[in-house]
Design a protein around this ligand. Structure first.
Ligand SMILES: C[S@@+](CC[C@H](N)C(=O)[O-])C[C@H]1O[C@@H](n2cnc3c(N)ncnc32)[C@H](O)[C@@H]1O
Length: 197
């Protein structure tokens, strides 16, 4: 797996281009999460939130947003950015119950799950399921299985489904890579949307 602590330390964070380059498509998938939900929207957990590229947007949209990441420096940077009302926690998404975060109606995973091996994927799935409220949804952006997988991660649809056995896969769609440079534009990223059955 990528050495994220080292990458944050040296400012090598190519994934942070995604928020700007794919802003319209990210907005569209987040809009879809709000459709049909009553307000207040409830609690949302940004899994592997990094330096808070997307967590504040969840809060802006009306979620009670929490971001969790295992790299303390990333969480410090996210907190420094604010805004108030967004909670950030250092924690391991493959051991969510230990983080004691409570339950959530929506989970966002942008680029975290894709870096895990089978055991870690299953552990994330168990923790998310244990922390999920009835009807909860999970929106995941993950690289596909490409020649780059050993270096930057990637998962197949079957691997996503295997990690979340109690969930229905509602939708899979190719993510927008326009405006992204190499290697991001060669990773076949997919948006997965799942709902707790
Ligand atoms: C590709 S980055 C994406 C960060 C953020 N979602 C974004 O889009 O800016 C993957 C993130 O997952 C975090 N991560 C990796 N393994 C983790 C784990 N076991 N628990 C929590 N966070 C983890 C990394 O520290 C990193 O911030």
């Amino acid at each position: 797996m990528a050495d994220y602590a080292r990458m944050y330390r040296f400012g090598v964070t190519p994934w942070e281009r995604y928020g700007e380059a794919a802003a319209a498509s990210v907005a569209a998938v987040l809009d879809r999460e709000e459709d049909g939900r009553s307000r207040p929207l409830g609690r949302a957990l940004d899994l592997g939130c990094g330096r808070g590229q997307f967590t504040p947007e969840l809060a802006r949209r009306g979620w009670e947003a929490v971001g969790v990441d295992c790299v303390p420096a990333a969480i410090e940077a996210a907190r420094a950015k604010g805004p108030e009302g967004v909670a950030y926690v250092v924690g391991d998404v493959t051991d969510l119950p230990a983080a004691g975060l409570g339950t959530f109606g929506f989970f966002l995973d942008i680029g975290c799950f894709q870096g895990f091996d089978a055991e870690q994927r299953a552990a994330q799935g168990r923790g998310v399921t244990a922390s999920a409220e009835p009807g909860a949804t999970l929106l995941m952006l993950a690289f596909g299985v490409t020649r780059l997988r050993s270096r930057i991660g990637g998962v197949s649809q079957a691997e996503v489904e295997d990690a979340f056995p109690g969930w229905d896969l509602l939708d899979v769609r190719a993510a927008d890579t326009a405006g992204l440079g190499w290697p991001m534009n060669r990773t076949s990223p997919q948006w997965y949307r799942l709902r707790l059955a």
